[in-house]
Design a protein around this ligand. Sequence first.
Ligand code: 5GP
Length: 209
Amino acid sequence: MSVPDKIYISYNNVHKLCQKTAQHILEKNERPDIIIAITGGGLIPARIIRSFLKVKGEKNIPIQAIGLSLYEDLGLENKVETIGKEVIRTQWLDLGALEKHFDSMIGKKILIVDEVDDTRTTLHYAITELQKEVEDQQKKLNRLNEKTEFSIFVLHNKDKPKKAELPKEMIESGHYIAAVTVPDKWLCYPWEAQDIDEHTVLSVEQGNN
Ligand code: 5GP
């Protein structure tokens, strides 16, 4: 069967992929302490997966949002080729709020959520910078012996050569979770749809419901 140029994803499909992933995480006994959503695509999956990660008697998992944009998406000139510098931060963690209500990220299980892993540039930047952030906190508070565990959840991973890598141990330990691996085609998410009814019909026709 030929692969369509555009892959349509319905809200129901997103919901079910989050549910399936949450079950997988809970079965492994790896419920996160903090969710970090990469805006904007990670926001809706982060909110949905939080509900499925809820455990009776436990507090809701806090969600923090970080905003990252690729230079090319912003239309900026003088794009710098170095990984990391291709990405700019438009929003970052509220460390004050985390420390006040939640101690810190040190020694916690942290789940980073985005909608799609395309060239991997964004995820590479996010994990690198978040790890640095924790290391800085550890040095500041002299808590060097505690292990912080980062995981990544994306709805879709595009099967293609990547421009950047994730830490090897993260992949090997199963802490990189892509609900579905898809061909290198454009994914149409429901939150971007102009006509959500038509979008849903197309998603169902493609079996993405
Ligand atoms: P990266 O190349 O860094 O892995 O992905 C950068 C961003 O490009 C993603 O977070 C996402 O916002 C956007 N993107 C990449 N591929 C697609 C796609 O197929 N559909 C949509 N809607 N956005 C995409």
